[in-house]
Design a protein around this ligand. Structure first.
Ligand SMILES: Cc1ncc(COP(=O)(O)O)c(C=O)c1O
Length: 413
């Protein structure tokens, strides 16, 4: 038993004394610096895929195991393109997770599409059962997010979508390295998007839409890459080819410097994966038997984790403090990256989701409340911490483990 008085918040000595910031990604190696420098001299703006943008997309498609990848300026822009490519329009509805980052669902609301919010399981993910509860005749598609790196149960979700003739879209932003029953996430749906903002594979800012469908790939180009690229790459026989010059009105290109960072990251994907998986295993092993927290990870028999962050479940009934007090005690020990997420939460009450007319004035009305017991249970007990995965991370990995062990022992009932 560790006395509470030994905790830094109560006058004790902090367990971790490493100046911040504690997590920076990607690791700025000489190789990455050289890749950016070389691109600086090569080109700062590419109008087509003949340079680094094409190299990035080819490498990303190979990484996921998808036939096509189209890059965008952000994951949000890619999800909006996915909505348009899917042909969703006002009057249609899509089922989305209530517990996710806002951009999984906001691009649909931007177009006045109804978003129906599904509840979460013990990993924060939607399931076939939680999706089924939201079905109406207007629903044309489902989007799932593989939360915090844990894949959703994709066999049952794909069966559900097939049975109800719904398009299946995946938001894989947290799950770049994830698979479900041996199959990579991003390959179950009709289309998938990976944000490459500060994620396991990053381009700084950026997003990638992947698909096996040639038509979807060409339409995705129209929603982000007008003019030369569309004229070169879209089949002149396609009925939408006359739009190749103008695109559909917007440009959402990734920057060449971002793409160069992405190419470098993807060339080192095996190393990134091995290092992050080693940290994940180290944490799950060390936390075995912890009195108040357990890893929130889908069993390995079903999945490979996506390696975005390590999620933990806090058990309030086993502790003398709340989850948020636990986080505060860890911060006082010096482990400032231990986090109870704020921006990723139940997004269903947001007034954006009550709008059906994208041109209506700004008079917010909250949507009617949705009953989401699974989301409340998950979001109220979840914590996360970085997986690091670069040279020099050892003192941080060890230090965070020490803080978790110290604080847990002091607050255990
Ligand atoms: C689950 C999820 N979806 C979508 C996005 C949006 O991606 P971006 O920030 O690249 O627009 C994010 C970004 O954090 C995310 O976490």
């Amino acid at each position: 038993m560790t006395a509470i008085s030994t905790l830094a918040a109560h006058g004790g000595t902090p367990a971790l004394d490493i100046p911040g910031p504690h997590y920076q990604w990607p690791a700025v190696t000489p190789g990455l610096e050289e890749a950016v420098r070389a691109q600086l001299h090569r080109s700062l703006s590419d109008r087509d895929a003949s340079g680094v943008i094409g190299e990035f997309e080819t490498a990303f498609a190979r990484f996921v195991g998808a036939p096509h990848a189209v890059s965008f300026a952000s994951g949000t822009a890619a999800i909006h393109a996915m909505s348009r490519v899917a042909g969703l329009r006002p009057g249609d509805a899509i089922i989305a997770p209530a517990y996710t980052f806002l951009a999984t669902a906001t691009p649909f609301a931007f177009d006045g599409i109804e978003v129906r919010f599904a509840d979460a399981d013990a990993f924060g993910n939607v399931t076939a059962a939680t999706l089924a509860g939201k079905l109406t005749p207007a629903v044309r598609a489902v989007i799932v997010t593989h939360m915090w790196g844990n894949p959703c149960p994709m066999d049952e979700i794909a069966d559900f979508c097939r049975a109800h003739d719904l398009l299946l879209l995946e938001d894989c932003s947290h799950a770049h390295f994830a698979s479900w029953h041996g199959r990579r996430v991003g390959t179950f749906g009709d289309m998938a998007v990976f944000s490459t903002n500060q994620k396991a594979i990053t381009t700084g800012e950026g997003g990638v839409l992947v698909t096996a469908c040639d038509r979807y790939r060409e339409l995705a180009l129209l929603y982000g890459h007008y003019n030369k690229r569309c004229q070169h790459e879209i089949d002149p026989a396609a009925e939408y080819y006359p739009y190749a010059f103008t695109g559909m009105g917007l440009k959402h290109r990734i920057t060449t410097l971002g793409a160069a960072i992405g190419v470098h990251q993807l060339a080192h994907a095996a190393d990134i994966e091995a290092r992050r998986r080693a940290v994940l295993t180290r944490y799950t092993t060390a936390l075995h038997g912890n009195p108040v927290i357990t890893p929130a990870i889908v069993p390995e028999t079903d999945s490979d984790h996506g390696l975005y962050v390590l999620g933990l479940r806090f058990h309030p009934e086993r502790a003398t403090v709340s989850r948020d007090e636990f986080v505060g005690l860890c911060h006082a020990e010096g482990a400032t990256e231990i986090d109870a997420p704020g921006s990723t939460r139940d997004i269903s009450p947001e007034p954006l989701f009550a709008r059906r007319d994208p041109f209506a004035p700004w008079t917010p009305t909250p949507p009617p409340p949705t009953d989401l017991p699974g989301v409340a249970a998950f979001a109220g007990t979840f914590l996360k911490l970085p997986l690091w995965g670069y040279d020099g991370d050892e003192p941080l990995v060890a230090g965070y483990l020490e803080v978790l062990a110290k604080v847990s022992a002091a607050v255990a009932r």
